[in-house]
Design a binder for this molecule. Structure first.
Ligand SMILES: [Zn+2]
Length: 317
């Protein structure tokens, strides 16, 4: 029976989540019935008026019809399984459907000095990458307020990351500010990588824009592939030539908080607890798997700034 429902689920004939505590005892024989129930929420006037926010009490009203009444928990779980909603960590019983978030960006303070900038450029950008990203990372959303339809601000102890989808330009732009940006950078990269991997043959580039004098204020700066910069670092090549200005650019200052190989071993005494379970995925393309759990000794103004010496850099060229 279990095997059969798994097979039918794959065919879309019925929905049954055997690995889900709440859903394993419910077999939804007609997926369109489940879909209709979900649309009742996303189409609801109350939910739309509240810009995608709703509560258990709202759901009780929306699903008051007898066919749904006994299945409220299961239907909500279904919405969460399909990344159509998430529970607000600071307000249990309250939820957000990211598809219905406000279009306008909220106001929030941002220190734009010394930001680490990362850009994803897609050949063809599928819709919905950012709303999936928002659901996956919702526990890190700053004050649970700094989130809108095309963007979100995440925060950990040391840094803030702003992630904005620019659909017309086929880009996702990331900027990170803070004293230790690396753990949050890796979190953002990893969550986006997981989403990218779920698409078949999604073509995209992960780029770091140049910070040389000419590129700094340019709208079309030279951009280096993240992987290329990592290769340079692992080969102990710390400069790269900008193809726009021919200036020598210090790679470690482009990717702040990034210690070179020679100092990495010296820096392993401060541990950062960071999603060790998630990172077991074997083919995540990161050169820093061994160093993610490291606190890099960089604080205050010394990170990611051209002209500042990176602490721990004993092999400066
Ligand atoms: Zn440049």
């Amino acid at each position: 029976m279990l095997f059969l429902s798994s097979y039918l689920h794959d065919l879309g004939v019925c929905l049954h989540f055997q690995d889900d505590k709440l859903l394993k005892n419910t077999v939804i024989l007609r997926p369109d019935w489940g879909t209709t129930a979900v649309y009742k929420v996303t189409d609801s006037d109350t939910v739309r008026r509240n810009k995608g926010r709703f509560t258990d009490a709202d759901l009780a009203k929306i699903w008051s019809d007898s066919q749904y009444a006994d299945l409220q928990d299961q239907l909500l779980q279904l919405m969460m399984r399909f990344k159509l909603a998430y529970e607000i960590p600071s307000a249990p019983g309250s939820y957000i459907s990211p598809q219905l978030l406000p279009v306008s960006k909220p106001h929030y303070p941002w220190n734009s000095a010394d930001n680490l900038i990362l850009r994803y450029r897609y050949d063809f950008m599928p819709k919905g990458i950012l709303s999936r990203f928002i659901v996956e990372t919702h526990q890190l959303i700053e004050q649970q307020d700094h989130v809108w339809k095309n963007g979100v601000v995440l925060a950990d102890k040391w840094a803030c990351a702003e992630i904005i989808e620019n659909y017309p330009k086929n880009q996702i732009n990331v900027r990170i500010t803070g004293s230790n940006k690396k753990p949050l950078l890796e979190k953002v990269r990893y969550e986006l990588w997981k989403i990218h991997e779920s698409y078949e043959r999604l073509e995209y580039k992960e780029l770091i824009p140049c910070n040389c004098a000419r590129c700094k204020d340019s709208t079309e700066p030279e951009a280096y592939a993240y992987d290329l910069l990592m290769k340079y670092i692992s080969d102990r090549r710390y400069d790269i030539e900008c193809r726009e200005s021919y200036a020598k650019v210090d790679i470690r200052r482009l990717i702040s908080d990034f210690p070179d190989q020679s100092t990495r071993n010296d820096l392993t005494h401060g541990k950062v607890e960071q999603d060790s379970s998630d990172r077991q995925s074997s083919n995540y393309p990161s050169y820093t798997d061994n160093s993610t759990h490291t606190t890099y000794h960089q604080y205050g103004k010394d990170d990611n700034v051209a002209g500042n010496k990176i602490e721990g850099d004993s092999t400066s060229t």
